[in-house]
Structures are given as C-alpha cells and as structure tokens.
Design a binder for this molecule. Structure first.
Ligand code: DCP
Ligand code: CA
Ligand code: CA
Length: 744
C-alpha cells in the first residue's frame, strides 16, 4: 500500500503528468496533504505547491507529509491525531508565496499534538489575537489564544461564547423588568394578568440584525455561525452550529442549532454570516425599553422574547396595538417581530408560531378550544423529546392527546405533570400567580470549565480574582448585594486521562463545593476574592493544583441595594475610573455608566402611557420652540431631557441637547426667548445629574460649551438685556417643573 501511495504522490508531482512551470523554490522540502474543503481548493493548492518547489500528497504519509492543510478540525478527531501530524490552514501557502519565503507554520496552526498545547480549537479561541491579548505574556497565550492563566481570559471566554451571551442577556432583561417594576408605583409591583396576553418574539433574531446592513440578502437563505465565510463551501467541513437561520433557509430544511455542514448539504447556497454580539445586546435592550414604554406588565423570557399583559385592551383593538408595537420595533431597531395574542400566555405563545414571520395572530377566548385541538403536542411548553418518547404511540396533535384520561397520563408522567399536560392540551392552563410576579434574581455566578491547566497556586488565585471582579460588576449591574459565597471546584477524576478528549476541556471530574455565609452582605470583589481563597484552601488541602479542571463561584442570598447603595456605587465607579483615566474623557465615563447601570432608573420618572410612548419616539421639540416658551413646553422639554439622563442614554442626550441649544440660539429656528430657556434647562439638567449620579455629568464637551459662549457673545447686547426679564421667569418655571416631577 505504501508503495502505491508513494507512486501516486510521485505521479502527481512529476512534471510529466501536468507540466507546471516552476517559479520558485520557497516550498522546497515541504509537502502537504489537503483534508476536506479548503480555500484555495485542493487542486489549486497542488499547483501552487509544485510551482513553488514543494510537493503535494494525494494521501497522508505519516512522518513524510509535512502538513495537513485544513479549514478546521472536529473535536472528536483530535484524539486520533498522531505525533508529528500537523494541521495548518491553507493561507500558510498563499501568505508564504506573497512573502517570498516559507513562513513559520505555527502562525497558521490548527492543531499539533503535544507541542506545548499549541492547538487552537475550532469555534473558540481563534487565531485573531485582540490588541489586549498581544500585550500579555506568552505563558498563558500559546499559539494565539488565551488559557485561564491570562487576565483577559474571562472576557475573552464570554465574548466568544454565544450560549453565555444568550443566557446573560435573558437574565439581564429579567433584572431590567424587575428593577423597572420595583421602582415604579405600587400598582405595578403586584401585577395581575389582564384579559389579553401578548407574546412578542423577534423573527430569526441574529439574522435580522445581520440583514440590517445587508439588504441584498433579505430574500436569500442566510445563517449565523462561527464559521462565517463569504463562500459557503469553505465552511462545509465545519462542526460549527447554526445559531439562527433566515426563513428562506428554513424552506430548504435548515434549522437553528443544526451543524453547519449538515445545513450546507441541505442548502448549498446558504450564506454564512458572523456573529454581531454587541448589536444583539443593543437591539435587545432597545426592545425592552420600547415595551416598557407601553406597559409595566412585562415578563422577560429571553433576549428576543417577552410577554406583555394589557388588562384594558379590547379584542378589536388588540391587533392594532400589536401592529403598533411591531411598527415601533421595526422603525427603531430595523428588525421584525411577530406577535401572538391570546387569553393566556400559553395560547399567546402558541399563536406566535402562526404569526411568524413578520405578522400577528390572535386567538380569542371563544376560539381557544378549536385552536388548541390542532396544535402539535411537541410545541406545548415543557414537552421535550424525552416526554414525547415516554408518551410513545403516534400521538401528534393536542386533540389526539385529549383522548387520554388524566389517570392514563398520570401513569406515564406522574400526578403533578399529568394534571398540567391534561389542562394544557385543552387550552385550559391558566397563568400561575408567579408567572406574572417580579422575577427576582436569586444568584449571580461565574463558571469556568474550559482552559484550566494550572501549575501553581498563584494561577488559581489570579483566576479567582478575575471571577470575583466579574461577579462584582454583575452585582452592581443588577443592584444586588450577596449574603453567601459558594466555590465549586472540578477536579480530574483519579482514573481520567490528563489530556481530555476536547482540547483544554474538563473531562471526567469530581466536583466539590463549599459555601460561606457572610455576616454583612457585599458586592465587593475584594471580599468575594478573600472568601473564595479561603474556601479553595480547604478544598485543595488534599488535591494537586495540576488536577484542577473547573472553577465556579456563585453568590447567593441576594438582597436589593437601596437607592443610596446604588448612588454610592456609581460614585465609587467614577472614583475608580478617574484613577486611571482623565476625568475629562466624558465619553468614556458616560459609556461606563451606561454599561454598568443599563436601565437603572428608567422608572424614576413615572409618566403616562401616551407620554412615555412619545418620549421613546422622541419629543417634537423642534416645533415647540417656534413659539415663545410656555410653562407646558418648558416642562415637557425639560422632562424629555431628564428622561434621557435618568435612563442613561447619554449619547442621545448629548446629540439632542446640542441640537436643542443650537436651534434655541438661532432666531430663524426658534422664538428668541428660547435662548434663555434652553440655558436654564441645561443648568437644571446638570444639577440633576449631580443629584442623581453624585457627580456633574457634563453632557456637553468643553468645546461645544465654548462655541455656545461664542454664539452668545455675538448676540446683540441690547436684545439680551430685554430678554433677561424672561430669563428669571423661565428659571422659575423650570424650578416648578422639577418640584412637580419630584412629587409625582
Ligand atoms: N440561538 C442560538 N442557538 C440556538 C437557538 C437560538 O444561538 N440553538 C440564538 C440565535 C437566535 C436567538 O437565539 O436568533 C433567538 O432564538 P429563537 O429561538 O427565538 O430563534 P430565532 O429568533 O432565530 O428564530 P424564530 O423566528 O423562529 O424566533
Ligand atoms: Ca425569535
Ligand atoms: Ca425567542
């Protein structure tokens, strides 16, 4: 066999078979074997190698073939790789040719056994090192990726993990809704389900976000995955999963969660696009803000899905209302949402499937029994594959399930579950009290079970420090203090191999946990670190640090911070930032407040439904300032900017306010008295930022302020004197508006 292989390899490389002009000798002594789809494809690689003095092998020859050229490597395959088998990417060839020499292969490495864990796992730590990585030492950054010894590890781990992002976002949105309702009037704290429930879910969320800037792909089969490529074929061997796919792709049978390679088999035209994590966060937050503007009776489900209950909505107006929600979401985020409406959350959720994509579907109370009859059993919430399996038989629709008595069901699922299923398949399942109650976060945690190969105690301490900091920022974000700290360590089982099947994975482990109850609650990283280090010493007393494979910290017994705690925390944060940064860098500081406090105080201002809707769309101050300022217009404009300030939308505040000041100083665009009114409002907002955030949030940069002053100086001095009378008046009005606001 070896002879045959050698012969074939010889034939391919001999110039007789295919005369290829030799242009250089840069690959002299190197040979490659191509595995799977690559870019450039195998035939081009063959010609390139031969033209530049190298060899192309049709078969892999152990210890003879220098490199295997591939796009990626399946996790399962890593186990089977032999010594000296080196997997590299095809761009080693193209880049070497353009460099005029064979470049060191380790820059293009996919996997090399042993060799100091030079491997790079597909889907995870890609070669593209960020600028932060580059600064780090080489010990914890091998072959261009980070392991848990690197201080940037957690950030990197989270930034690349879509599942982590999805679960974090869902929890963030629950916190948002909880904060909103706890801070708002008593009536909304205890929410009662209304007579209609709206279930809102974005259509192919990740794809919708991607298509906002790629309108040419709107009717094409598109999917989001880690292995994004402009040409579909290069992803064909990939083991990546499809996170989200467009509706045209679904027509070919592609589904969310499917492996890319399978999806490409079904739909070779499938266009793969990369993740846009930051955009998902932004759109998700915006949608929640929009919906909170309609009703506080909100239940967060995930980053793209929520329930809204409207006690006062009439059937005939409900569809109109749903269309209004969809219109605003579309206009403000560029994404389409579908809405299902029903008398309970169960029916609303099932109705959404009929509304998709980009539609509304309503089921009235009188339609429930006929609607539910034809619904599929597997679409009922809580019914997974396992339960369908238990059910056995060929039951498909709820009507078929209705033939089973409660007793029969109890025999299969037990008494509690069967009662629920019995009601569900008849559409009788009502929302529980808890369903509409505030969902308060019970714990905050950070678990790392990847990339952990420590050599000394200090490595673990560094990771615990990073974890504690991560938890601190989470606690601040959700305005909670923790009363207990739990440390979970995963330790390699005595009989488990040191090298795990999944590269840098945790393999088979024994888990040990220890909890400590705190005498006073905390959100401080320093204290969390102190406790976890104590706990780790206890657990590791009889274990080697080299056997550690996973570290997790959970802070529980959470209690809400008071408003005072929160303001303190903001101050603290500014103090921290100002140590390292120039305080003048307003932009950055504003961002950090925005980032850490998110929606923090959206609710401090209680405003009516209509008004809130308007504020979210933006106030039409442009037309208001055409006439002389009145109490109403000054109050409304002031409230609008205050709203932006308190909801942490500083960038918008800055832009809008600058425009407002410019226009107010322009006699063509505004009534003359607005010049003073706008200044008074600016002053007031500054004061309020101090009251609220503990510091003056200067939402106009120095330059902009100087410009304003310049403009003012250019104004006719005489006119100014006349107007000064109005100035006092406006100040009083603004003062009053503020008092009213505080009372309301
Ligand atoms: N998601 C993911 N992996 C999955 C399922 C979902 O990464 N296996 C992400 C991508 C989705 C988002 O979560 O866009 C929302 O999930 P949905 O289940 O709501 O699915 P889509 O929004 O993509 O499609 P649909 O129109 O069916 O709601
Ligand atoms: Ca969705
Ligand atoms: Ca969803």
């Amino acid at each position: 066999m070896n002879m045959k292989i050698s012969k074939l390899n010889y034939q391919v490389n001999s110039e007789k078979t295919k005369p290829i002009e030799k242009v250089s000798e840069i690959f002299k002594g190197f040979s490659v074997f191509v595995n799977g789809f690559t870019d450039p494809p195998a035939l081009v690689i063959r010609d390139l190698m031969i033209a530049h003095g190298g060899e192309y092998h049709c078969y892999y020859m152990h210890r003879k073939t220098s490199f295997v050229i591939a796009t990626s490597i399946a996790n399962a395959k890593i186990d089977r790789i032999r010594e000296k088998e080196i997997f590299i990417r095809a761009d080693w060839i193209t880049e070497s040719i353009s460099a005029g020499r064979a470049l060191p292969y380790n820059q293009f490495l996919i996997y090399e056994k042993g060799a100091n864990e030079k491997a790079r796992i597909e889907n995870f730590f890609t070669k593209t090192t960020s600028s932060t990585n580059e600064k780090c030492g080489s010990q914890s950054e091998i072959g261009g990726f980070l392991d848990a010894r690197n201080p940037h590890f957690i950030k990197d781990y989270y930034a690349r993990s879509r599942l982590h992002l999805i679960s974090t976002l869902a929890q963030d949105m629950k916190d948002f809704v909880a904060n909103l309702r706890q801070n708002s009037e008593k009536s909304t704290k205890k929410m009662r389900k209304g007579n209609l429930v709206f279930h809102i879910d974005l259509d192919c969320f990740f794809v919708s976000v991607a298509l906002r800037t790629r309108s040419e792909l709107i009717n094409e089969p598109v999917a989001i995955s880690h292995r994004a490529n402009s040409g579909a074929s290069s992803g064909a061997s990939s083991m990546s999963e499809i996170a989200s796919c467009s509706y045209p792709a679904r027509k070919c049978g592609v589904k969310n969660g499917m492996l890319v390679k399978n999806a490409l088999k079904m739909c070779p035209r499938l266009v793969l696009l990369p993740y846009q994590f930051d955009d998902y966060i932004e759109v998700s937050k915006r949608i929640y803000e929009i919906l909170a503007g309609f009703s506080m009776n909100l239940r967060a489900v995930s980053c793209d899905e929520m329930y809204l209950s409207c006690p006062d909505e009439k059937n005939q107006e409900a569809v109109e209302f749903a269309e209004e929600i969809r219109r605003i979401i579309r206009e403000e985020t560029g994404c389409t949402a579908s809405v299902g409406i029903g008398p309970t959350s169960l029916i609303a959720r099932l109705a959404t499937r009929h509304a998709k994509p980009d539609g509304v579907h309503m089921v009235t109370a009188s339609q429930v029994s006929s609607f539910i009859a034809s619904e599929k059993i597997k679409n009922l919430p809580g019914i997974g594959y396992q339960m369908m399996d238990k059910l056995g038989e060929n039951l498909e629709t709820c009507m078929e399930l209705q033939t089973k008595s409660e007793r029969e069901l109890a025999g299969i699922f037990g008494p509690k579950q069967s009662a629920k299923i019995w009601r569900q398949c008849r559409g009788l399942e009502e929302d529980s009290e808890e369903f509409w109650e505030v969902q308060i976060r019970k714990s905050v945690s950070c678990d790392i079970n990847y990339g952990i190969r420590f050599g000394k105690r200090e490595d673990l301490n560094q990771l615990l420090k990073a974890i504690s900091e991560e938890i601190e920022s989470k606690l601040i974000q959700c305005q909670m203090m923790a009363g207990s700290v739990t440390l979970k360590l995963m330790i390699r089982s005595p009989n488990a191999p040191i090298e795990t099947a999944k590269f840098m994975g945790h393999g088979h482990c024994d888990t040990q946990t220890k909890t400590i109850n705190l005498t006073t609650s905390t959100c401080r990283a320093t204290q969390i670190l102190q406790e976890t280090m104590k706990l780790s010493r206890i657990i590791l007393a009889s274990t080697k640090i080299e056997d550690l494979r996973g570290v997790g910290v959970t802070c529980a017994k959470l209690k809400s911070r008071t408003r005072k705690d929160a303001v303190e925390a903001v101050k603290e944060m500014f103090k921290k930032k100002s140590d390292v940064r120039n305080v003048e860098e307003n932009e950055k500081i504003e961002k950090s407040v925005q980032g850490s406090f998110g929606f923090f105080n959206l609710t401090v201002i209680e405003i009516g439904k209509m008004e809130r809707r308007q504020k979210l769309k933006g106030l039409d101050w442009l037309s208001m300032i055409k006439c002389a300022p009145t109490e109403t217009t000054v109050i409304r404009i002031h409230r609008y900017f205050l709203f932006l300030l308190k909801s942490g939308r500083f960038t918008e505040l800055r832009q809008q306010f600058q425009k407002f000041l410019d226009y107010s100083a322009d006699l063509k665009k505004s009534h003359k008295s607005w010049f003073f009114a706008s200044n008074a409002i600016q002053q007031r907002i500054k004061e309020e930022s101090k009251e609220f955030f503990g510091i003056y949030v200067d939402f106009l940069t120095k330059n902009e302020e100087a410009l304003m002053r310049e403009k003012m100086e250019k104004k006719d001095e005489e006119k100014l004197q006349k107007m000064k009378k109005n100035w006092k008046l406006v100040e009083i009005i603004v003062e009053e508006s503020n008092t009213k606001l505080n009372k309301s």
